[in-house]
Design a protein around this ligand. Structure first.
Ligand SMILES: NC(=O)c1ccc[n+]([C@@H]2O[C@H](COP(=O)([O-])OP(=O)(O)OC[C@H]3O[C@@H](n4cnc5c(N)ncnc54)[C@H](O)[C@@H]3O)[C@@H](O)[C@H]2O)c1
Length: 324
């Protein structure tokens, strides 16, 4: 039987995920919830019999959905998650989980009480390069890691506002933080330095920092720094480099490069990690077996705790301890 899926949010990533789901068997996107009925109906018009709604309640009252995808900006979380938990409807939510740590922690408490199936869009976990790195690291000792998300400022209005996106480290670089946690374990302490150098002078209404560096102490004893900027005119490097006793591992969205004493081996990613994250989530919805989901809500809350601690550290000018 076909799974009936609803979407909350009518923006670019809703379209992106819908296009992938359209190619999958036994999945039907039947409902879209937007900030206005007009936007929701426009989003629905491309999808056979799909209907648009202007509130999560009206969407859930009108249709018996098997699962919902939440693709809204960081400031718009809460109401949707609570409505889905109350009705016991599994959800996939795009990262990040919100602007702070209090809301995701409360949502998690309610998810746990319901034993609800959830998945979060930290798709780097589903890359072949990540799988290969995890295998290699079983036999290696990690000394340190460097991560970076360097690029330009996305054009959508909410992204440039601190109370819209939470800033680049939460909104984008959390992919790298999540990858670090997945491969290197729990974080014990963060110390961040942020600054506004360029973007507030060249664009209207920018309140997010446009450069930042975060130093991290891991529970294992390893250390890392993760840096980001959005001042570039175009794309810059995005990736994660792990320095081990047997050489450097460099992970990007395209491949993993393994540096030995006198050789470099590159393994390219072949499969689409977004497809793999959908397959894992939809398998769980169909069967109740959530073992293929690599990024459940409970785990992503720990990534959110690190990225939110970085904001507090930068504001206080002092390291922040993370309780695991
Ligand atoms: N995993 C990834 O690789 C990846 C890539 C891009 C975006 N994302 C994430 O997806 C999320 C959405 O990004 P986007 O690019 O689609 O943004 P977007 O600005 O294109 O779309 C956001 C949509 O959410 C709607 N919205 C805002 N508040 C809402 C609410 N309370 N209820 C319903 N809809 C609401 C807006 O009207 C808009 O249609 C962000 O958190 C972003 O970080 C993830």
């Amino acid at each position: 039987m076909s799974l009936k899926i609803g979407f909350v949010g009518t923006g670019s990533f809703t379209r992106f995920h819908c296009n992938l789901l359209a190619k999958m068997e036994d999945v039907e996107v039947t409902a879209f919830c937007g900030t206005s009925l007009d936007k929701a109906e426009k989003a629905a018009s491309g999808w056979n019999e799909a209907k648009g709604y202007d509130s999560i309640t009206s969407m859930l009252d009108a249709q018996a959905l098997d699962a919902v995808y939440i693709c809204v900006p960081p400031m718009a979380h809460g109401e949707t998650e609570y409505a889905l938990i109350e009705r016991g409807i599994p959800f996939f939510v795009e990262k990040p989980l919100g602007l702070d740590i209090e809301l995701p922690t409360d949502i998690l408490y309610k998810i746990n009480a319901q034993k609800l199936i959830t998945s979060v869009g930290y798709h780097f976990r589903y890359m072949e390069s990540t799988k290969r790195a995890a295998e290699l690291l079983k036999q290696r000792k990690i000394g340190m890691a460097l991560g970076q998300w360097m690029g330009s400022m996305p054009k959508v209005g909410w992204w440039r506002k601190q109370d819209g996106s939470g800033g680049q480290f939460i909104e984008q670089t959390s992919h790298i933080v999540d990858l670090m946690r997945y491969l290197m374990g729990d974080v014990e302490e963060v110390y961040a330095a942020y600054a506004n150098r360029v973007m507030h002078e060249v664009e209207e209404g920018v309140t997010v920092p446009d450069v930042g560096t975060v130093t991290v102490k891991m529970a294992s004893g390893a250390i890392a720094t993760i840096s980001n900027t959005c001042i570039l005119p175009g794309d810059g490097p995005i990736g994660f480099q792990i320095y081990t006793d047997q050489g450097l591992l460099e992970i990007t969205k395209d491949s993993i490069r393994e540096f030995g004493k006198s050789f470099v081996i590159e393994h390219k990613n072949i499969n689409n990690p977004y497809v793999r994250e959908h397959e894992a989530f939809l398998h769980a919805v169909r069967t109740g077996d959530s073992s293929r989901i690599l990024s459940p809500y409970a785990d992503s809350v720990k990534t959110q705790a690190v990225t939110y601690a970085a904001i507090r550290s930068a504001a206080a000018g002092a390291p922040i301890r993370i309780s695991n």
